[in-house]
Design a protein around this ligand. Sequence first.
Ligand SMILES: Cc1cc2nc3c(=O)[nH]c(=O)nc-3n(C[C@H](O)[C@H](O)[C@H](O)COP(=O)(O)O)c2cc1C
Length: 370
Amino acid sequence: MSTEISGQDRAPDPAPEPPPSSGFDIGPYRLEPLRPSLPVLALAPMAGVANWAFRLVCARLETRLVGVEFVNAKVVGHRSHRIDRLLDYSDAEVYAETGMSVLAAQIYGNEPELIALGARALQERGAQIVDINFGCSVPLVTRKGSCAAYLKDLDRLYEAVRATVEAVDVPVTVKTRIGWDDDTINIVEVVQRAQDAGARAIAVHARTVVQRYSGQARWEWIARAREAARIPVLGNGDVRTCEHALAMVEQTGCDGVMIGRAAIANPWIFSGRNGAPLAERVDLAIELLQLMARFRGERVGVLETRKHLALYFRCLGKQSPVRLRILTTDSLEELLDFLRGWRADLPDDVDEDLSLTGAEAASLAWSGTG
Ligand SMILES: Cc1cc2nc3c(=O)[nH]c(=O)nc-3n(C[C@H](O)[C@H](O)[C@H](O)COP(=O)(O)O)c2cc1C
């Protein structure tokens, strides 16, 4: 039997796929997808990771929004090298000039007024957006009434957003989880209270506080948040590949996708790529090492870049002499020389997948200690 389908029987050409998102505004900032086939992608705020150097790399690779490591409102006024480093938002000047990205500095605190005051300091340091952390589940902070503790008292959450909106000129956004535990999922109410208080966007890590990083992110709650919101919703949780990002938009209708752990292993995800050829990974390793050396000094810079290098080169195998050399060389100069020499012999061939497995992502979950 012929399998040919006559012109009449043939299904009509499918309508062109609508773009997952045509972009959205956060205050004066227009965030557009890199390509029509990609969602707007954002780097998640990550303590110990989303520092000045890593942010610049992710912005070059086209993330539209850069999250920053969170800072306690209590310490923003302190003068120390550590605080100066945490509040070094000088990369925002690059983004403002090039329009490549927007920097959302993040604050947390146990008093609404304290958050508002701290937010003003962040704005003075150059933050283009101030994001309030209502999502961190680490007991050390929630026990003191900060971060996700606000999910238990939405009047206080409202007050914190409202006071902050009044205190700063830049847009205020919110990052949160879906609720405290399975019996008290209140993300829809959180969205409503945050937007009523003047928040300009909300990022939703689709887990409860009690869940921490366990189980799967429950994207259905992102969809519920999207339905309830008049402001842009960024979905977050368990996006490890470009396909996951597209699936999140398709399943939830979210306006943008925020990516955390996957970006530690594969910052190319912001360019819509699940990996990169070895030669390009070496180039990026060199770039990140040089930026980290400027940011942290040579010795600490090398040490702190290792977690990224271990992931960029994990395809070589744990016992690979090259990988071991990269992960054990302390001297910046020696390491750069080695990488440049190795690079010279590498072909610029096809992308190798750098996507995290579920187990690898789980191993990068944040315990609040580093
Ligand atoms: C190392 C690390 C540090 C984090 N620090 C912060 C932070 O400072 N502020 C915040 O809102 N979330 C923080 N998070 C949570 C992430 O922003 C994100 O919500 C979470 O990792 C889920 O997204 P993912 O599945 O894409 O990683 C951190 C996560 C990790 C892995």
